[in-house]
Design a protein around this ligand. Structure first.
Ligand SMILES: [Zn+2]
Length: 193
């Protein structure tokens, strides 16, 4: 539908990305999205942010902002999307760093969870948030519902998902699958508690 196309275009400009200087010789950080080897060892065993057994289609499309973020959609048997209101679960255990409605970015209702060692996950455009700042969450705990919220853009429902290390969005690793740029694929949640 046309709304989806508009959503894609809008998200591109929703959140400017800091660009590392080219040719800085670094093999880690925001330019490539690959965390350092030490950070990689400390990365939690992130699961999909959805109910155990559900299959979703993710895309970390070229031009998505911030880079390496994944947009998730769920499809009904007839091929239409039926994302709205579906439950969102924490990818790993941790502590809620932020739960807010963003008025200065396109994120809308947003939850950020800290997992230690500089690792965070972000969940955006939520219909509703089920946790508050300071809450402790377990892997697989419900933290909100999929929506289309944004202060700036008219979106079609989807979950915007980021894995963050030391403040930079990095290439996600979910249930052992490395989401190198740029992929569109289905994955089934094993966030089974
Ligand atoms: Zn997105």
């Amino acid at each position: 539908m046309m709304a989806a196309v508009g959503a894609v275009a809008a998200v591109v400009i929703a959140a400017p990305v800091a660009v590392a200087a080219p040719g800085d010789g670094s093999s880690a950080g925001p330019r490539t999205g690959e965390p350092s080897a030490a950070a990689e060892l400390a990365r939690p065993n992130f699961k999909m942010p959805f109910l155990c057994g559900q299959t979703w289609v993710g895309s970390n499309w070229d031009g998505h902002s911030p880079g390496h973020s994944i947009d998730w959609n769920h499809y009904a048997a007839d091929g239409s999307t039926d994302d709205f209101g579906r439950r969102v679960f924490s990818s790993a255990g941790g502590k809620v760093i932020a739960s807010y409605y963003s008025t200065d970015t396109g994120y809308g209702n947003t939850v950020v969870i800290g997992h230690g060692n500089g690792w965070q996950t972000r969940y955006a455009h939520l219909k509703s948030r089920g946790v508050s700042r300071g809450d402790t969450v377990k892997q697989g705990q419900r933290i909100g519902r999929v929506g289309a919220s944004s202060a700036k853009y008219e979106l079609s429902p989807h979950l915007h998902y980021e894995q963050i290390h030391d403040g930079s969005v990095v290439v996600s690793v979910i249930q052992g699958v490395r989401w190198s740029d740029f992929m569109k694929r289905s994955q089934t949640s094993r966030n089974c508690g």
